[in-house]
Design a binder for this molecule. Structure first.
Ligand code: PBG
Length: 324
């Protein structure tokens, strides 16, 4: 036998030398939930290990996070008051805007990404304003753009629209540029599916739609070509980075999108993926550490330059310790 592939798997040093996928904490983004109030640090039952913070306790979370080597966070807001048009999303003193100011003050070197969407802020839980039972695309664009601008002005380095309205990247870019915020990046959830894997998030953020579902704006899980089209559109509209979401169940989409993309591509390993692993590990059915490591590797191998995950602190620690 001339060719023996096993030679390259002989020991750890050789395996590490031959590895096709390499990971670094710089690729990780950690999502954090911010709710209105003071002195709050509370558990999220559907996502064991994850917490909701109020703007004043949020810097404590950042202090812990910095020690792990994670440098970027993605913020979601949970307002006290919701209304038809989600006005707390673009309130300059809204919960995310407050958290951004607090966070930036103490941790100017952390990269703050703000999720731009209406669903946590609307009384009906849909990602925009309604016309009858349906989300009205074009009037929603102005509200999303206002939200992004208020976040950028509060200190967001990057805004991340997750609403799936058509044309929102262009609308946000125009609004930011008009206000002199041309250096704020847009990390668009370009390829976001209507997925049941968001279940635990909707409990965490109280953002489940009060009627119907999101299938008329989020993508159909049966489609890949459509994902490539969404990615190309957002890049054309000025997205600096794009994202595929969910993560592991959509690696084929991630691969297809990363092959055509000329901007960095992220994968969002969502709440359901997190909670499934946590539940199985709690029952002793899976080795949690090894699953976390394999998840990171698979997403990177699938084409992700950036990984958004609730496992970011654990992943970063494992990367630093050479376990990943
Ligand atoms: C807001 C938003 C959602 C997620 C990210 N941004 C929820 C949804 O679309 O219903 C899901 C993230 C997760 O499940 O971890 N639109």
């Amino acid at each position: 036998m001339i060719i023996r592939p096993r030679r390259l798997r002989k020991n750890k040093v050789i395996r590490d030398m031959a590895a096709e996928t390499r990971l670094s904490p710089s690729m990780l983004v950690y999502p954090i939930f911010i709710r209105e109030g003071k002195g709050i640090v509370e558990d999220i039952p559907a996502m064991p290990g994850q917490k909701r913070y109020s703007p004043d306790t949020f810097p404590r979370a950042l202090e812990e996070l910095e020690k792990t080597g994670v440098r970027s966070v993605l913020l979601f807001g949970i307002p006290e008051h919701k209304d038809e048009c989600g006005s707390e999303a673009y309130n300059e003193n809204g919960v995310v805007q407050q958290a951004l100011r607090e966070g930036k003050k103490y941790f100017p070197d952390i990269c703050f990404i703000a999720d731009v969407c209406m669903c946590e802020y609307t009384s009906h839980g849909h990602c925009g304003v309604l016309k009858g039972e349906s989300v009205d695309n074009d009037p929603t664009l102005e509200l999303l753009a206002r939200t992004a601008l208020s976040q950028a002005q509060a200190g967001a380095d990057i805004v991340a629209p997750s609403d799936m309205m058509d044309g929102r990247v262009a609308a946000i870019r125009a609004k930011l540029d008009c206000a002199g915020m041309e250096d704020t990046l847009i990390f668009s959830y370009a390829v976001k599916y209507a997925s049941a894997f968001y279940g635990p998030f909707r409990e965490a953020a109280g953002s489940a739609p009060s009627f119907g579902d999101r299938k008329s704006y989020q993508m159909d899980p049966r489609n890949v070509r459509e994902g490539v089209r969404e990615a190309m559109l957002d890049i054309d509209e000025g997205a600096d980075m794009i994202m595929v979401k969910p993560g592991l169940p959509y690696l084929d989409v991630l691969r297809a999108v990363s092959e055509i993309s000329c901007v960095p591509v992220g994968a969002y390993c969502v709440s359901g993926e997190y909670s499934m692993i946590k539940a199985a590990a709690a029952n002793g059915w899976l080795d949690e550490k090894r699953i976390i490591a394999e998840t990171a590797v698979c997403l990177a191998r699938g084409g992700a330059d950036i990984i958004v995950t609730y496992f970011a602190p654990e992943m970063a620690r494992m990367m630093k310790e050479g376990e990943l």
